[in-house]
Design a protein around this ligand. Sequence first.
Ligand code: G
Ligand code: G
Ligand code: MN
Ligand code: NA
Length: 250
Amino acid sequence: RDLERDLRHAIEGDELILHYQPQVSTGTGRLLGFEALVRWEHPTRGLVPPNAFIPLAEESGLILPLGEWVLRAACREAARWAQPLKVAVNLSPRQFQQADLPERVLAILTETGLAPTRLELEITETLIINDMARALGILRRLKAFGVSIAMDDFGTGYSSLATLQAFPFDKIKIDRSFVGHVEVSSQAAVIVRAVLGLGRSLGMSVVAEGVETDAQMRFLAAEACDEAQGYLISKPQPIERFARQIGAPE
Ligand code: G
Ligand code: G
Ligand code: MN
Ligand code: NA
């Protein structure tokens, strides 16, 4: 396929870039870190969003070199910031099937000089359900380095309470489909409150994704949700836009 060949070229060449979306404390508004999100600057198609090429990358196996590129680029970038903010990177299920993932991550941390405590890996529920015992082993090794782990898009899959409890997550990210409806749907509000309660009882911090309005932010602050991420704060953007907040070198 043409697109597959182009993507391979993009990974090897210089066509992938990262945008960064801030994560802030809901109570104080303080900047805590950024989620790194990949984009493809295609020579003729323009800026291609990940939904248009991540599925292809997963099918073709290109997700492994792509994922490694993202991890290295995000760690290298974060290592330059004057503020010790966190950087969160999304991992695909396929990356998790590599038995040597923890060693690969550690090698990139060493190479870039980023403190492991500043890296957060975001994983989805499907990844865990595929092979629980193996996933748990890999997570434990990553955590032993000091890397933190976030459960992404929580509420959209079918993790049981038992699964969540068995896994050493540091953070739960509430999917934006719930956060986006807290003002208008009592059902969404009930779910968000339930996830907050879950986080509290399991000792995991909770991030609300897709926060778009002041009313949503007020709801989250009132419910003592730890962190917020979404267009209300900022859409994902090139890191240069945040130069002042991160104390980046000029
Ligand atoms: O950036 P955007 O909001 O368009 O992201 C769309 C989807 O692509 C999200 O589900 C996000 O998790 C995923 N995504 C973005 N960057 C990466 C990446 O570097 N690796 C993986 N595996 N998924 C990513
Ligand atoms: O699956 P994951 O949570 O990693 O994907 C993040 C995706 O959510 C990215 O595509 C990002 O652009 C998008 N996103 C981030 N903030 C908002 C928001 O406030 N509203 C909406 N609709 N999408 C958002
Ligand atoms: Mn994510
Ligand atoms: Na998400």
